[in-house]
Design a protein around this ligand. Structure first.
Ligand code: SAM
Length: 280
């Protein structure tokens, strides 16, 4: 592990795989979030943790303007390319950290985030979102709820095939330590009540929070494995295995997931999401 390894470099590292392996799962969830938000034509929107800009592009057709921010330079570069390709003239992408946003207070009518907050410290990022909003403006986002059984399967298979601690080099052990540390987001915000309490403390009102399964994503088993193993922790573990263990590990995942697939090999993935709507 290099000294500079942190969440920003982790997302920089995954940016190149995002459109190929991750967006198939994330795009339907972003689309469902945007229609749930019911954007208004007059709104100026900020999309926090925009990634390659999927939510920003989807909402752009319904509002005045959108700014997508992300602290990963590589994500922002791809988001800009995608916006040009899709001819979105009212969307701008800026590299910025959600903890310290480079905009004056009360610049936006609507702040959205689709899985953009979970690596932030909510004690900084949520008050910063509040600062961005005009009085009466809305904060609407989704984050992961309790783990899905497919996530547990991935963890079980990795536990079986990952390089043993005794054989893992210093670099792999450092990566594991980094990913094992509890994130402030999940420490602070474990259930619906935590969200209501914290958002109230930060000044929000009319807070609505629900953990449910609003989206069913359909993917082949292979697409699902590609999506789940695109993230840095999985890629690091797979890269550390010898080629035969890596092959066995991926085969074991295939076998487990085919048990859930329909006769065409299609999986239906409906993760628990936490949806939040709050007003300044
Ligand atoms: C899981 S991705 C979601 C991207 C996108 N919203 C989507 O739905 O595809 C999370 C994104 O949040 C960004 N992010 C994480 N922490 C951030 C921070 N402190 N400031 C700005 N962006 C951040 C990451 O770089 C990454 O692109």
């Amino acid at each position: 592990m290099t000294q500079e390894f942190n969440f920003r470099t982790m997302f920089d590292g995954v940016a190149g795989l995002y459109e190929e392996r991750i967006i198939r799962a994330f795009a339907p969830m972003a689309a469902n979030l945007i229609s749930w938000i019911e954007p208004q034509g007059h709104e100026h929107v900020l999309d926090i943790g925009t990634g390659t800009g999927i939510a920003a592009r989807l909402i752009a057709t319904e509002v005045q303007s959108v700014i997508g921010v992300d602290f990963s330079a590589r994500m922002i570069a791809i988001a800009r390319e995608m916006a040009v390709m899709n001819d979105h003239a009212n969307v701008l992408f800026i590299q910025a950290d959600a903890h310290h946003l480079p905009f004056t207070s009360e610049s936006f009518d609507l702040v959205v985030a689709s899985f953009g907050f979970n690596t932030t410290d909510p004690r900084q990022s949520l008050p910063e979102a509040y600062r961005m909003l005009v009085p009466g403006g809305r904060l609407c986002f989704q984050e992961w709820g309790a783990l899905h059984e497919f996530d547990n399967i991935i963890s079980e298979v990795f536990r079986q095939y990952s390089v043993d601690e005794d054989d893992a080099g210093e670099e792999l052990l450092s990566f594991r330590d980094f990913f094992a540390v509890e994130r402030p987001w999940y420490e602070d915000l474990q259930n619906e009540e935590d969200f209501v309490m914290d958002l109230t403390d930060y000044g929000f009102r009319d807070i609505w929070v629900k953990e449910y399964q609003p989206v069913k994503v359909q993917m082949t088993v292979e697409e699902f494995i590609q999506y789940k193993t695109a993230w840095t922790p999985a890629r690091v573990e797979l890269a550390a295995m010898d080629s035969s263990a890596r092959g066995d590990c991926l085969d074991a995942m295939r076998r487990r997931f085919y048990e859930f697939a329909d006769t065409d090999g299609i999986l239906t993935y409906a993760p628990l999401l936490l949806r939040v709507h709050a007003v300044k």
